[in-house]
Design a protein around this ligand. Sequence first.
Ligand code: NI
Length: 170
Amino acid sequence: MSERRQLTLGVDRSLPISIAGLIDMLRYARKTTVDAVLGLTPRQLSHRHDAASNSIGALLWHIAAVEWWYQINTFDRRDWSEDEQAKWEAGLDLIPDTQEHPLEHYLDALATVRTRTERELALRDEGWLLAVEPFDDVDSNNYWKWFHVCEDEINHRGQIRWLRKRLPAE
Ligand code: NI
């Protein structure tokens, strides 16, 4: 008998419901992203639909970069170093990458960043999620910031699906 798929949030009772739910949301969003890109070739990943479009590869790198940036903002409470800026700035700003990379290049980066996110979130409590602090010119808390990581990924996943349907024949 096959196990039924669980579409649930926050049921890991070893964690506060809000933390467990956030991790589940991030995981579900990520599964839909990975499903949307499976089987794509380096050429398809670097293809740009038109001059105003990002490649699917650039969107995947952006998703990893955003998550990484919110790690250093919320877990480390620091700015990026020059080395880190060189690695991630193009991703954060969605500057087109002219190089072709295999899908694993993107999936490995996403998985590596995610491993840290889950490990760190599991160490936090609701006080950490809810503490409000200045964030640029607004006030924000870590709950919103990690919701934003999730919703930004879902937004780009929608773009990826749109772009994939319109890829030229190989
Ligand atoms: Ni974004």
